[in-house]
Design a protein around this ligand. Sequence first.
Ligand code: NAP
Length: 556
Amino acid sequence: MTAGTTAAPSSQTTQVQQRDVLIVGGGFGGMYAVYKFNSMGMRLQAFESGGDLGGVWYWNRYPGARVDLPSIDYSFSFSREIEQEWTWSEQYAGQPELLKYIDFVATRLDLRRHYQFNTRVNSAVWDEARQVWTLKTARGEVFEAPFCIMATGPLSVPKKPEFDGLENFKGRVLHAARWPHEPVDFSGKRVGIVGTGSTGIQIVQEVGRQAGETFVFQRTPSFTMPMRNVPLDAEYVAEVKRHYAGIREVARNSAIGGSRPTSTRAFFTATPAQRQSLLEDSWKQGGLAMLGTFGDLMTNEEANEHVANFVRKKIGEVVTDPVTADKLTPRGYPIFARRPCLDTGYYETFNLPTVHLMDCLTDPIVEATEKGIRTTSGETELDYIILATGYDGLTGALLSFEVRGREGRTVQDKWKDGPRSHLGIMMEGFPNLFMTTGPNGPAALANIIRISENDVDWIADAITHLRQNRLGSIEPTLKSENAWMELVYNLARHSLLNKAKTWYVGANVEGKPKGLSQFVGGFLKYREHCAAAAQNGYQGHRLEPAAQAALAALAA
Ligand code: NAP
């Protein structure tokens, strides 16, 4: 069957464009989905609201944007050729290099021809009788296909700060997640940076060194550890390329989806001297090495507190002003319960006379004004306000438009008390709708590219099963969805991730249901659950025979 256009049943004027699969999103998940389904000979259409591929890396062009997993791990594993042809220059790639990599992959695999860029999808509605998803774009186009993939990403909807007045500010407001394409020169300017999560920390250490005066509006201090980024020399790269298959195997069989060493050793089985020595080594090694020193840091509160104290002490050793050091010191939540940040001289930045810490715990932001930011104690005049205030994470993207499943049921309704799905990939009541890195998988807790590849492969296998068996739709039963959610919640109950107010638990967005709904059992276990769900003819799923029209399309 060739790509076709038929008159829409609901309208005499709009033409409906027929495909086999529709893909929303141009980040890593969407790119791999496009490659995979194209390789399967499916006619597809993909949509991306940005002007090009890259997802978060397309939008987050702020100074200092850099991945916090080793580049070797944070890259596609499905193509041996791409692994061999592409060469990373740094251990932790910066955003410009990540965009170059994305461009390299897209060009090499000719992915862009399947995309409509600058195109927002406004609605996705399931037609049960015909077994098709109908997607409408903001441009007024209508597409239909039996399958729809939401590769909309866990961090794609920037969060608006709770304070008002930004529209009155006479200077320039920049959101980290909507950064302009042209460089911004902060020399000699007064810059306010709101937010000190992973994003804010990366911005402060860059802008703080350039701007005339920098004011860092910090509410909750984060724990951050040295990244110790290094250029990758040719010998090391050659070695990696020789052993890529093994490196990928290690990643696939790990909890984090990467090759970083982890430990199963319990903290208190080591002597105090051994612990100190291991922590010092991991600090010197940099990156997330510390998280891998012991196996119980996310479950044993006392062990966690020892590690937290180790990092707190380091802050005091770097920051010369004791009051500033004290304000930068995180307290009241476990280390690693917020995303651990990796920095390059973040704490040192506060030793510069031009960098000022504004403590929003004692002196919160009241509003933005014409001239700058007003906190309870007074107004700070600024030329720029940089918002590093985070995202409506995990669920924000899918909830931002109309998605209707069987009997007109919306995702908003389904998720009113928090996200529910099976494996983070499918939802009961939404046949043939698939998510990559969905909210009940390990999305924020393991390498997102490994999860994307796993999810797309799972979806491709499920579609192949339908096609081979002349079936028209698949969706998890309520029983299997409930069992998955019970497992997710049971595991989450023991995790210290619950003990901090973060986007992981929905605490950063007012009115959002709270709770840890991600799978904390690790990437390997997640893969095992995905594989088990596909066994025995997708037992645990409701499989419907193909309706006439859809059957013809599938068989063609
Ligand atoms: P985030 O971790 O949610 O941090 C947002 C920050 O904004 C918090 O410090 C928050 O304070 C602050 N904030 C929000 N509203 C505020 C207000 N009204 N006044 C003062 N402060 C306010 O968001 P993010 O830093 O963008 O990071 C999100 C995720 O993106 C990370 O967890 C990570 O997964 C990913 N990321 C990764 C990298 C990397 O790979 N290197 C880099 C950047 C981001 P409170 O905590 O008190 O609410």
